[in-house]
Every structure is written in structure tokens, then in C-alpha cells.
Design a protein around this ligand. Structure first.
Ligand SMILES: Nc1ncnc2c1ncn2[C@@H]1O[C@H](COP(=O)(O)OP(=O)(O)O)[C@@H](O)[C@H]1O
Ligand SMILES: [Mg+2]
Length: 233
């Protein structure tokens, strides 16, 4: 992959957090790229730095050293307005705990990113309903999100992450709070939705079988990336 083909690129990224004695290094000289449309799994034990890496990729956090680039632009030095727009429109986020607003309807939750972006309501509602149909929840569009099961709520969260047609979806243990059967359904849907839309996906998982469904697997050990290998090898 040449640098110009990379959608997301980490170059020698180190992240340290201040601590009483010396700074704690949570990510140490991490470099990798994700191409447009590529599906990449991020494996690693608890505390290895996975969520920190996801926050840096989303522009929610900035590196202590090194650079995170989206489509060639350095997230740390781009103007605030551009970074906000990128986070809102080009990147979709899915978390372990769905973070829906329980009193809003299913449809309103999916539409939130579009409403915040000021997108025309009718077109956004069409997109949102199409996504809800795709995950089997269109019949529940008017239900308060809080009455849905965990698996259903995560399916709503997938729709919310995709409603702006992002080029990159970042998912931090998207099935970590679900039973095995529900996890498989949610993971199938996430993979289908991103592949249908040619969006790239970086997803965190503890599960090697789930990771094997990615095009490529990255593994973190105590903040350092293991030499890359292909998912099938
Ligand atoms: N804001 C922070 N301040 C201090 N330490 C942090 C902060 N965020 C994460 N850490 C530490 O960094 C390490 C990696 O955390 P995290 O990225 O959440 O790991 P993972 O998602 O792989 O479990 C942990 O030891 C955690 O305590
Ligand atoms: Mg984590």
C-alpha cells in the first residue's frame, strides 16, 4: 500500500499518560495503515492499549509523539472545524456499551448524527429506515431504544454509526457485552454493512475466530504492535 492509498495511517505513534512517578507508555511506536474498504481486526489482552488506539484513530485523543493521518491529513494539526466534520461525517463509532439515548425512539437514535450535522431530515430518515430494515428492526422504529434487548440495541448502534455513510467505522469490542449467538448476528451485520458500502472497518475483539473474518489482524502486546500477518496465515 502506498501512503496515498491509505485511509488511516499511524506513523510511529506513542501515547503516554502522566503518572505520579514517570509517564505510563500505553502505546509505543505504533505504525500501520488501513486501506479504503479494508476490514482489520485489533486483538490484544485487556490493558494492551486497544481502546487508546481507537480513540487516537477517531481523533478523540492525540498522540504524545508521532502522527495519525486520515486520508493524508494529520488529525492533530488540522483545524478544529475540519476535525469535527471528519469525526461527524467520515468516521462511524460503535462501542461495547451501546450508548443509545433510552428515551428517544429507535429511529431518533439512528438519526442523531444526521440531526447534529444538520442533514435534510427526509433523506436522512430514508437512509436510517433502510439501515433499520437491513438489521431487522424497522418494525421497532418508534419504540423507545431503552426497551430493546442488548443485541437489538447494538444493531441500532450499528445503524447510527453508518447513517452518515462514513468511510471508516471504528468498533471497540462491539460484541463484548453480548452472548455468543447474539454476538455472531451483530458481527455478521456489521461486516455486511461495511462491505456493502465499501467502508473500512477497524474492530477490537478478544475472539480469534471473529478476528479471522477480517482481511488482516493487528495484535497489540503491552502497547506494541506485533509484526503484521495476514488473517489466513
Ligand atoms: N487517560 C488515561 N490515563 C492514564 N492511564 C490510562 C488512560 N487511558 C488508558 N490508560 C491506561 O492505559 C492502558 C491501556 O488501556 P486501554 O487502551 O483502555 O486498553 P484496552 O482497551 O486494550 O483494554 C491501561 O493500563 C490503562 O489503565
Ligand atoms: Mg478497551
Amino acid at each position: 500500500m502506498t501512503p496515498s492509498e491509505a485511509l488511516l495511517r499511524f506513523d510511529h505513534v506513542t501515547r503516554e499518560f502522566a503518572a505520579s512517578a514517570s509517564p505510563v507508555r500505553v502505546l509505543d511506536d505504533v505504525s500501520f495503515s488501513i486501506a479504503r474498504g479494508e476490514v482489520v481486526a485489533l486483538l490484544g489482552r485487556s490493558g494492551s492499549g486497544k481502546s487508546t488506539l481507537i480513540h487516537l484513530a477517531a481523533g478523540i485523543d492525540v498522540p504524545s509523539r508521532g502522527h495519525v493521518r486520515f486520508d493524508g491529513a494529520d488529525l492533530a494539526t488540522m483545524p478544529d472545524a475540519a476535525r469535527t466534520k471528519l469525526r461527524r461525517d467520515a468516521i462511524g463509532l460503535v462501542f461495547q456499551f451501546f450508548h443509545l439515548l433510552p428515551h428517544l425512539s429507535v429511529l431518533e437514535n439512528v438519526l442523531l448524527p444526521a440531526s447534529i450535522a444538520g442533514a435534510p431530515h427526509a433523506a436522512a430518515a430514508d437512509t436510517a429506515r433502510g439501515l433499520l430494515d437491513r438489521v431487522g428492526l424497522l418494525a421497532r422504529e418508534h419504540a423507545p431504544a431503552g426497551v430493546l434487548s442488548g443485541g437489538e440495541q447494538q444493531r441500532v448502534a450499528l445503524c447510527r454509526a453508518l447513517v452518515r455513510s462514513p468511510r471508516l467505522v471504528l468498533a471497540d469490542e462491539p460484541t463484548g457485552n453480548l452472548d455468543d449467538r447474539t454476538a455472531a448476528i451483530v458481527m455478521d451485520l456489521l461486516l455486511e454493512l461495511v462491505r456493502d458500502r465499501s467502508a473500512a472497518l477497524l474492530f477490537v475483539t478478544h475472539d480469534r475466530d471473529l478476528a479471522a473474518r477480517a482481511d488482516r489482524v493487528l495484535t497489540l502486546h503491552s502497547g506494541r504492535l506485533e509484526a503484521p500477518c495476514s488473517a489466513s496465515s
